[in-house]
Write a protein that binds this ligand. Sequence first.
Ligand SMILES: [Zn+2]
Length: 254
Amino acid sequence: MTCALIYRGNDILLCRDENDKLSFPVVDINNYDNSEIIYFETDGTQYAVLPEKTAETIAGGVWRGLRESWGELEPKTWNIAAKGAELAHFMQTNRFCGTCGTALVKASDISRRCPACKREFFPSLSPAIIVLVTRGEEALLVHAKSFRRPFYALVAGFVETGETIEECVAREIYEETSLRVTDIRYFGSQSWPFPSQLMLGFTARYASGRLRWADGELSDGGFFTRESHPLLPSLPSISRRLIDAWLNGEIGGK
Ligand SMILES: [Zn+2]
């Protein structure tokens, strides 16, 4: 029996186990078309990514947003769900050779090859930064136009070709807020499969400048104290981990 990962857009199909906890459906893989299955192994266990249409074969399955399921699944389980989502996305969006246009064939569990020019394609990641800027005891919290809920979070953006990650941190803060920062330090990272992103968390200290929403991505924000701050993101993302480290006094002055 094999754990099945089935996706529909950004949703994943989950089942309740005997302890009423959400987990992956378990299937007899021989009942499915092997050519449509993506296999991968984590910690010695094999997982199978099945096409969306197989959802109808799963009794008692419930769709959950992959993002929202973070708090409902064990962290290790969620990482497996995220990896499966990345592989499913890779296979769906890499069907033809980018060099010669020939249809790609499966080369390994995580790659495809062009039968004409032999080029092999692997899933690629887009690194993105997220940064908590402090000014004394205060931290910069911002609201982006793209946020679907009224919370405030951190400045974030994609690393561009030809720049270091630290240059990206300084550039994103300047482009979005007109502030200059110093003392940029690495905090931690997180796989962020929406899709194919690797989120790199940083801290930085305010150096100079006045807040101005320069490039139109942010609509509001400011420096807030630990005692008086707006609504914060609830998911245990790296954004929230950075904010919690500040709230606990591990980052920024006390
Ligand atoms: Zn080719």
